[in-house]
Ligand binder design. Structure first.
Ligand code: MN
Length: 284
């Protein structure tokens, strides 16, 4: 099942090029007053048979075309965005070879540097533009497989980790280069793109052999396969959950392969991951 949020936070079921509006099922979510939970109650509900039944039985009306809706992030209220630094060997080498000393200074093996957090306020969907700041500095695209956690987990083993996944999406980890900590440079508003939709983990069962790519203005910039991840998806969930309790709606972006390169206002990024789909994101 492919689920998206679109336009004014409508919930959509995506089939081929069509989006069916299934917003009515959101009425089945538990009411939550102040203080709001620190996890996403829609993603939490997706793990329950009762809510899945509601989704399966909703009457579908006339669909909209995917191309005609404005796609928002498929997770609207993530509690945290966990990100892997250098997690592909060729990107590790590319970073070590970078002429900028500040880039080389950040490069350590992921097992040593650990993971980092991006501000949830940086999150947008595919239908919203990445709005560059600090025009005097270079800003790069990074395409990554994004994992959305479905159930709470703490210190989970790699062998059990995939049981806690709600689904997958394409993630873009937009990065202004410079000497500051990663979380600072990567948490600018609009610098995390999630989309085009969430593919549930019962449909995409194996994240270990997915092709991922990104083109900018039609030129292929990054192309790799998740089989080349240094720490794979189950390993990342185990690693993250050994430090943080992961909650429904938490997002893990798994690291980018080689080929990071600058983006500029007016560019169009087209990102694709096999088993998920593709999305086109404007740079403003
Ligand atoms: Mn990244």
């Amino acid at each position: 099942m492919k689920l998206c949020f679109f336009n004014d936070k409508r919930l959509g079921l995506v089939r081929d090029e069509n989006v069916f509006d299934v917003t009515s099922v959101l009425a089945k979510l538990p009411a939550c007053g102040y203080p709001h939970p620190t996890h996403d109650i829609f993603i939490e509900a997706l793990a329950t048979p009762a809510f899945r039944k509601e989704l399966a039985e909703v009457t579908l009306g006339k669909p909209l075309r995917v191309a005609d809706v404005r796609l928002l992030s498929p997770v609207l209220n993530p509690g945290k965005i966990v990100a892997a630094p250098v997690n592909y060997l060729k990107h590790y080498q590319e970073s070590l070879d970078d002429p900028e000393t500040f880039t080389r200074a950040h490069v350590r093996k992921i097992q040593e540097s650990g993971l980092f957090l991006k501000a949830t306020s940086s999150l947008i969907g595919a239908g919203e533009p990445v709005q560059l700041r600090h025009h005097d500095r270079r800003t790069d695209h990074e395409v990554e497989l994004a994992v959305i956690i479905g159930r709470p987990c703490q210190a989970v083993s790699s062998s059990d980790a995939l049981d806690y996944v709600a689904g997958y999406a394409i993630g873009l980890d937009i990065t202004v280069r410079g000497p500051e900590e990663r979380s600072f440079r990567k948490s600018i508003d609009t610098y995390t793109v999630l989309g085009p939709w969430l593919v549930t983990s019962d449909e995409l069962t194996d994240p270990a052999r997915l092709d991922l790519s990104i083109k900018v203005n039609g030129d292929l910039r990054q192309h790799a396969n998740t089989r080349d991840l240094i720490i794979d998806v189950p390993g990342l969930i185990a690693f993250a959950s050994s430090f943080y309790t992961l909650l429904p709606g938490d997002i893990i972006i798994t690291g980018t392969p080689e080929g990071v390169a600058p983006i500029n206002p007016g560019d169009v990024m087209e990102a694709d991951i096999s088993g998920i789909g593709s999305m086109s994101v404007r740079v403003a």
